[in-house]
Write a new protein. Sequence first.
Length: 247
Amino acid sequence: MRGTKRKISRLRIFVIDLMHASMRVPFISLSRPLDIGPLAAARAKAASAPGWAAMFVKAFAIVAKDEPVLRTLYVKLPRPHFFELPRSIAMVAVARVEGGEECILPEKVPAPEEQPLAAIDAAIRRAKTAPVEQIPAFRKILMASRLPLPLRRLSWALGLNFGRMRANNFGTFGVTSVSAYGPGELRALSTGPFLLSYGVAGVDNRIDVILRWDHRVTDAAVIARVLSRLEQVLNTEISAEILASSS
């Protein structure tokens, strides 16, 4: 059959490069339904409830304050070592349509544990609608995607293998979801070290959460504890902030 050659867009080049880099991370995952009854009740009382992504971003960062391993990167240069950050940096997958093409771009949210929930939510919403050129993280991606393949591979290798550069460019954890399009488990890939995805909140006030992590950094027992603590934070600190902002 005869086909048609199509040029790969810069947006798709970014995803190709991301998948190439992510294939080298030894990810394993743990999934668990979280009981979010108090959180659901708080959102129901709010005049303008924050989005799920914002709530998970802040909750995970709060947990990471007491769990340094969640702020730890595995880097290779100048020799393999762990690099611990004083604060979390979230990378949130944002779905957009650019030039008629559907794409995913990661928005950077620095120190979400120190930001108001409303500010995090506003930043994520703005990243969905503002022109790409107005979002610094998106601008950097588009600039890097213009480079020829050898230079892109080199820039990714440098960015991933030095602690400070990796933290600034790729964050300490990611959040992604396809819940806006219905139920289903998303087991995405990332450059690591932690990637959280969530499903649709059910009528029983339970929501499925999957946490994938770089096994070089920590083990499943820690992640199980983290998910339990995440559930607690969503139902206490996050719920309380939502109620306080709506009173």
